[in-house]
Structure formats: C-alpha cells, structure tokens
Design a protein around this ligand. Structure first.
Ligand code: AMP
Length: 371
C-alpha cells in the first residue's frame, strides 16, 4: 500500500522503516521549515502550506491509500482535507481531542476514566479560583502546544500564582491540575485494527528527567492484577469510543495500584520503543498493520525489556559493544535535550535488566549533569 505520514520526525522514520519491510511505500508531509533529516531516503517529502489545494497535495503524496500521523501538532484541517480523498487513521476527531488537554480530560471524565482533578481556565480570576480549589502544589499546563514538560508551571505558593495570574492576558487557555501523589508513572500502548481487533502491550514503567522520558522498563514490576484490569478497561473504553484505528498511547499515574490517566497520544509513543527488540511485533509494525487492516501481531515479550533515551548526546562506542544493547539513531543533529536516538536492551532476568538500565543511564548522564 501507499502510506503518507503527516510529520517527518523520528516516529515517521521508525514507522516507515517498519512498513518498508512489509512492502509498503511511504511519503511524508512536512510543514514549512520542518526538519526532514529523520526521513531522508525513505520516501517523497511534500512541503505543505494552507495555500496548496488538497487534491494537489494528495497527488504529490503519490495518491496514498491511507494517511497517518506521527506528531502532536499536526494541523487537523490538513488531515480532514485529505480524508476527502483516502482513509485517515487515527481519525481527525480523535486527534483533535488529544491535541487539547481540556478536551482530552473532559472526554476522559465523561467516559468514567479517572484523571487528576482539573479545571480549564482562560483568565486571571478563574486561574486563581481553580488553584485555590485544587490546592498547592498545582500543575498548570497550556491546553495546546505543550509536551515534554513545556508550557507548564508548577505553582507551590501564592507568590507563584500571582506571578502567573499577572501574565494571564498573554497566555492561551490553561488546564489547572491538582497534584497526584503517585508512586510511579506507567504507560500502555494499545493497537486496534480497522476491523476492530485489539492488542495491548504490557504496562511500561517510565522514569522522566526534567519532564522528558528517560527510561522505560517492561513489564512494569509488581503490578497488581486489578491494576492490569483497570488499564485494560481504560484502553478498551477509549479504543471503542472512537472506533480507533492505529496505535493509541496512554500515560498514567499509579497511585497505590489505582490509575489516573495523565495524557493520551494518538500515535506510536516513546515509551513503546522497547518493542522493537523484544521479540514481539513492534508498536511501529502494529500501527502499520492496524491502519492497513491487518490483525495486530504479538505484544507479549518473552523476556524483560528496557529503553534508555539519548537526549542531546550520542552513546560512547563501548556502550554499543555490549551484546544486549541495540542502538536506534534518528539521523538528527545533536542539540541539548533533543531526542536523537535510544538504546533498547533485553534480559531474561529482571534484576539484570534493572542493573543494566542504571549502568546505561549513569554512563550517559553522569550524576547531576543537566540535560
Ligand atoms: P505532562 O506534560 O502532563 O506529561 O507532565 C510532565 C510530568 O509532570 C509528568 O510526567 C509528571 O511527572 C508530572 N506531572 C504532570 N501532571 C501532574 C500532576 N497532576 N500531579 C503530579 N505530577 C504531575
């Protein structure tokens, strides 16, 4: 099939690399000025701006059978326009909801899925009232255009609240969230095919640094059966609500075994990268299978698996010589905090996997060094 991907980042790269193996052909839609190094050599790149008619864009993309997305900030008008010509998966409706934290949390609440207590605010008085109602510390996040901890404020006292309230006229709508006192952060990668077959990967335990994902461990350790059932129900509820097609990623807080959803990503996700080397069908392959109406492949790894992100740095050669390490490099230039690649590891023994994750992390990020 011919598949067009909106976006040209590392997720587009890894989707195309997985799809090429299955004989699919790719093209990519770049916004004006968007970097395209990650997808160099993997298919035609078409630069789109709002002036270009969709018929012309569709043709320039090679008349794809299906269009999918790889990034948060995809223009929904673009994919709605292309939906007149071919299948778009996941649907523009699901993407629109997930682009806006307020809409996303409101939907979750309406489906009976727990989140942090939250309120959407648009002016200083409603910001102040919302923070007073959720208490300190309060997490304040822009509804749109925020990721990896960007466009977020952690308010610890009234002085911080007053300072933010003073800027409110210049700020977009915000979500105010009460702090969740979680034990750890988990994520679930789920896939649903066009015909409705669902496959879920095991829960990943994720650790962040400075708001950016640093490591994932799979399956998460010490997860109660009730927590797995809750995660499974959350995934099924969302996938079926949207008649979702593709991979959906669900980031959650684990608070004593009870889950609250923090964020949804309607695409493949960094916390699913471990699946590339764990002897399962990778999240990238399963996304391509789902959108081309093929039943999802196996998602249960026979061993323990982990991932360490390469944030603003390349690994030393010695790290890559280890037999348990697989490098995935995105062909990007290195900049501070930028995701430029990741390392996947596996082990038959959980403690060994955890030891190796610590070793890799401390070799890459010596103690205390900021990203
Ligand atoms: P986000 O951009 O929503 O993924 O938030 C970035 C990180 O901030 C999360 O991974 C959490 O570690 C932390 N965080 C976000 N929201 C909350 C909350 N309501 N309570 C506690 N921690 C939070």
């Amino acid at each position: 099939m011919r598949i067009a991907i909106a976006g040209c980042g590392q997720l587009a790269r890894m989707l195309a690399l997985a799809g090429w193996e299955m004989g699919h052909h790719f093209s990519f839609i770049a916004d004006l000025g968007e970097g395209t190094d990650c997808v160099a050599g993997l298919g035609e790149v078409v630069v789109w701006d709002e002036e270009i008619p969709f018929a012309m864009l569709f043709e320039a993309l090679g008349s794809p059978d299906v269009v999918t997305v790889e990034k948060e900030h995809v223009n929904v008008n673009l994919i709605e326009g292309l939906a007149e010509y071919c299948r778009v998966a996941p649907s523009p409706g699901a993407i629109r909801v997930c682009q806006h934290r307020g809409r996303e949390k409101t939907l979750l609440q309406s489906l009976g899925i727990d989140t942090a207590p939250f309120q959407v605010v648009e002016d200083a008085p409603s910001l102040i009232a919302a923070v007073e109602s959720v208490g300190y510390p309060a997490f304040v996040k822009s509804c749109e255009l925020g990721y990896d901890g960007q466009n977020q404020w952690l308010l610890r006292d009234t002085a911080a609240l007053d300072a933010l309230a003073d800027q409110m006229d210049a700020l977009p709508p915000l979500v105010v969230e009460g702090a969740v006192h979680f034990d750890r952060e988990l994520s679930l990668i789920a896939a649903r095919s066009l015909s409705g077959e669902i496959a879920l990967y095991p829960l990943a335990e994720n650790r962040h640094r400075e708001g950016i994902l640093l490591t994932s461990e799979v399956p998460a350790d010490n997860v109660q059966a009730a927590t797995i059932s809750q995660a499974t129900e959350i995934a099924h509820t969302l996938l079926e609500h949207w008649s979702y097609v593709g991979v959906l990623s669900i980031e959650m807080f684990d608070e004593g075994g009870k889950l609250r959803v923090n964020e949804l990503a309607p695409r493949v996700h960094n916390s699913g990268h471990w699946s590339q080397n764990a002897g399962v069908t990778s999240q990238f392959t399963n996304h391509i299978r789902a959108i081309t109406d093929t039943r999802p492949g196996a998602t249960a790894p026979g061993q323990f698996a982990g991932m360490v992100n390469l944030l603003g740095r390349a690994p030393a050669d010695e790290l890559l010589e280890a037999a348990d390490v697989s490098l995935h490099w995105y062909n990007k230039s290195i900049r501070s905090r930028r995701k430029v690649g990741h390392l996947n590891i596996q082990s038959a023994d959980r403690q060994q996997l955890q030891k190796r994750l610590v070793e890799l992390e401390s070799a890459l990020y010596p103690d205390g060094e900021p990203l």
